[in-house]
Design a protein around this ligand. Structure first.
Ligand SMILES: Cc1cc2nc3c(=O)[nH]c(=O)nc-3n(C[C@H](O)[C@H](O)[C@H](O)COP(=O)(O)O)c2cc1C
Length: 317
């Protein structure tokens, strides 16, 4: 499909960490850029190096990664920028989309969307301390409770030279329910000064095609759950036909590499199993030939030996 859309790996906390990003780049490929899952703004004049471990350059050789921050304390921002600069980053994304209740209740993530004055204060301070080529962008939803919240928010955002505004067109309270509101997005788009990146529910080549048709002005699309569902989605979007056998084989390679990366990162073998399972359970069963019985056993597997047997079984089918 001849589309000029650029696809990025969306931040998925708990999934698209450096172990996954590196494994993905080494085995699947086709997604050269990612926004990393959020790191929380923390008090203090210096950010501890371990707090930013996911962003350490040695774990991030496979994809170009942009860090993301979560928080509302402008006073904590300068130390974070300094730490990120020291690792060679020259831009970051501010998370104004996280829907988790406990986060939003503290006016963080999407919980900050109804408070444009606070957003303004934050951005003013952020821009004041990022003179010299450090880029800022935001990732938003349409509002926290109500889509009308976006208008005063845009008045603020449009006053700053944001690199882009990534929009996941749902409200915060909606979580992941319902569908992204493309009609409302259409009314919003002409009022956003910065380039808009799209995020939300692109699971198939057809979904991406509909998006490009409907919003030709959008040049960049984030892929999140669609990649977990089908790791080969980005390559399909670039026009490749992937035989089911190849997809299965390379998916196995991806998961093996992820396993190795978890161990190399220092995660204990028992925890590795807990971390690997959700990736298998997010895969499209049909595309990847996962039977109900196999999936049920993967859900309940308790030991790495039994896990290895399940993987072997999958590889032999
Ligand atoms: C498990 C999970 C973790 C997420 N973590 C983040 C995050 O750290 N930062 C962020 O901006 N969005 C996060 N999101 C939102 C996604 O980046 C994306 O905007 C949303 O899932 C819709 O896109 P999708 O349908 O392509 O997944 C997360 C979503 C999920 C399901």
């Amino acid at each position: 499909m001849g589309s000029t859309m650029e696809y990025l790996l969306a931040p998925l906390d708990g999934f698209t960490d450096c172990r996954y990003r590196q494994a993905y780049a080494d085995t699947v490929g086709g997604l050269p850029r990612a926004i990393a899952p959020f790191v929380v703004l923390v008090p203090g004049r210096r950010v501890r190096l371990s707090h930013l471990r996911d962003l350490w350059p040695e774990y991030n050789r496979g994809m170009a990664v942009e860090p993301q921050i979560l928080g509302n304390e402008e006073a904590y921002f300068p130390a974070m920028v300094e730490a990120l600069r020291a690792y060679g980053y020259n831009s970051l994304n501010w998370n104004l989309g996280c829907p988790i209740r406990s986060v939003a209740a503290k006016h963080r993530g999407s919980g900050l969307l109804p408070y444009p004055a606070q957003v303004d204060r934050f951005l003013e301070r952020a821009y004041a301390c990022t003179q010299g080529g450090f880029g800022l962008s935001v990732k938003i939803r349409l509002g926290y409770r109500d889509r009308a919240e976006i208008w005063p928010l845009l008045d603020v955002l449009n006053r700053y030279p944001l690199r882009y505004v990534a929009v996941h067109p749902r409200t915060g309270v909606q979580g992941y329910g319902g569908r992204p509101d493309w009609d409302f997005l259409e009314t919003v788009l002409p009022h956003v000064k910065a380039p808009v990146y799209y995020s939300g529910d692109i699971f198939t080549v057809e979904d991406a095609h509909r998006l490009s048709q409907r919003f030709p002005a959008i040049q960049v699309c984030l892929l999140g759950r669609g990649v977990l569902n089908d790791p080969f989605l980005p390559r399909r979007l670039h026009g490749e036909t992937i035989a089911p056998d190849t997809a299965r084989r390379q998916c196995l390679a991806l998961m093996e590499r992820l396993h190795e990366n978890q161990l190399a990162y220092g995660i204990r073998p028992q925890s590795v199993l807990k971390r690997l399972k959700p990736y298998w359970l997010r895969l499209d069963r049909h595309l990847y030939g996962l039977s109900d019985d196999w999936t049920a056993r993967m859900k309940t597997v308790q030991t790495l030996t039994d896990y290895a047997d399940l993987i072997k079984e999958y590889g032999n089918i």
